[in-house]
Write a protein that binds this ligand. Structure first.
Ligand SMILES: [Zn+2]
Length: 347
């Protein structure tokens, strides 16, 4: 397959099925996983039967009783049914950020896209240190950057399926040298491809600002960098507004996840109402062009087929609630259609 040039891609979006007029993308969930493996690599012991034992739903949801079946979703049929539900409720496009370390399946995503008609935009790059291929330690910034450029222009992970966005580039706390190298590579790949860049910040409230400084030093286009997981990272207005003023895109992407007993960090997880209040503050400060939302589903219990809220939750519950809490239809369209379209268009 031939390499696409920058000029061929400029002004277009790219789904797993090819280049697309961005006007056709439609309403977009900006950060999801459809086929993934979030099981820590040392615990992976071969294939896992699909689904979870839903009798243990509450325990799984509250991290009482971890189960690797809950962190593994490899089934194209399950993903297809889940995406069909989004289409049925008015969604059109899903940004799928399963990347190096959490077992991307580009061909599987293409199958889901063909079966459902959804626009699926795939990420590239590498997740947090503990999940990265240990061989990445020996690779240079340029090699890692070239791998991302190739994913966008040529095909990802040995397939002909191309990525339409960079990331989610993973960072943990403390932030490791390997992760800094990977992010420096992503900044180069952004300059080379004109793609937007998703970053999974470390679980520390000051890390997003460290990212801003790093991105400036590496000459990234901050207006096309998405800081993911604001809802589990930032808990005060000062830090939130400072980030917004820096010009990065803010992503509330844990919609539907409301439990207090979050197992991955010692935080009080906001509920959807609190997320909407924070987004309102950012809009009222004049940063409505910098907000995107999603569910970041990466646990099986969150799929509707296994008793969860599913990928249609934003359409079924969140958008109507936003309208009740003072968001105009125009503002909702900006979050779901306008901002994603701008960010998914190669520059
Ligand atoms: Zn994610």
């Amino acid at each position: 397959m031939a390499r696409l040039t920058r000029s061929e891609m400029k002004g277009k979006a790219q789904t797993v099925l090819g280049l697309l007029d961005p006007a056709a993308l439609g309403s977009t969930l900006f950060h999801e996983h459809l086929i993934w493996d979030l099981t820590p690599p040392p615990l992976r012991k071969g294939p896992v039967p699909p689904g979870v034992d839903t009798a243990h739903w509450w325990n799984l949801a509250n991290w009482v009783d971890p189960d690797i079946r809950n962190t593994t979703q490899r089934d194209v049929g399950i993903a297809t049914r889940a995406v069909a539900e989004v289409i049925e409720h008015g969604g059109r496009c899903i940004v799928e950020l399963t990347i190096g370390g959490i077992r991307p399946d580009p061909e599987g995503l293409a199958q889901v896209a063909r079966a459902t008609g959804a626009n699926i935009v795939m990420g590239c790059g590498h997740y947090v240190h503990d999940y990265q291929d240990p061989r990445n330690a020996e690779r240079s910034v340029d090699e890692l950057a070239q791998e991302m450029v190739d994913a966008v222009q040529l095909g990802a992970w040995g397939t002909n399926v191309r990525s339409g966005i960079l990331g989610e580039i993973g960072c943990q706390w403390p932030w490791t040298d390997l992760e800094k190298k990977t992010l420096a590579a992503a900044c180069l790949a952004q300059q080379e491809t004109g793609a937007a860049l998703h970053i999974h910040p470390a679980r520390h409230q000051d890390h997003p600002w460290m990212l801003v400084e790093f991105l400036r030093a590496h000459r990234a286009d901050l207006s096309r960098v998405i800081i993911d997981h604001i809802d589990r990272t930032i808990f005060d207005d000062d830090r939130l507004f400072r980030l917004a003023d820096a010009g990065v895109i803010l992503e509330w992407d844990l919609f539907g996840q409301e439990g207090t007993y979050y197992g991955l960090a010692d935080i009080d997880m906001p509920n959807d109402g609190a997320r909407i209040r924070d987004m309102r503050k950012v809009f009222d400060r004049g940063h409505g062009e910098q907000v995107v939302i999603s569910h970041d589903i990466c646990h099986v219990i969150r799929l509707s087929e296994f008793g969860g809220h599913g990928y249609a939750h934003i359409y079924k519950k969140v958008l109507p609630h936003m309208a009740k809490r003072g968001f105009s239809q125009d503002e909702i369209n900006r979050i779901m259609v306008g901002n994603p379209k701008r960010l998914l268009t190669f520059v």
